[in-house]
Write a protein that binds this ligand. Sequence first.
Ligand SMILES: [Fe+2]
Ligand SMILES: [Fe+2]
Length: 168
Amino acid sequence: MPTEKTLNDLFLDTLKDILFAEKQILKALPKMARAAQSEEAKAGFLQHRDETQGQIERLEQVFGLVGKPARGKTCEAIQGIISEGEEIMEEYKGTAALDAGLISSAQAVEHYEIARYGTLKSWAAQLGLDEAVALLDANLQEEIATDQKLTALGEAAANPKASRQAAE
Ligand SMILES: [Fe+2]
Ligand SMILES: [Fe+2]
């Protein structure tokens, strides 16, 4: 009989998934900053790159709390979301719609992260890992704040008058 998997296993597997995802995001954000046309979008992507570095460090602490090595596990979902973003960079290069497209990709990333951190946080609570709850919540709150900033940036980028003003 196969050994029965527990919520502990699921927690660890999902932690590995988000560690892998954050490392991919860390590499993608500077590319998105280079591609973006507006200064606000560029600055936003770079700021979140720095936050992402801190999030990876918090995840490493969570691995430490459960006594496991901080090792990622391939996350196909984030690879798919990032490659769609790369497609937008190529296909919309030099167009007025580029930033709106980049921001929409970034929001898909944030929503993936929010889903993961929300789940991990509630599992950590069920497992009685109070310190992990605090660390995961810190990451979750940064993702939520980033998503809200992106909504505001996206509204400006999708509004031709606002993006013209931003370019002046
Ligand atoms: Fe993140
Ligand atoms: Fe994020």
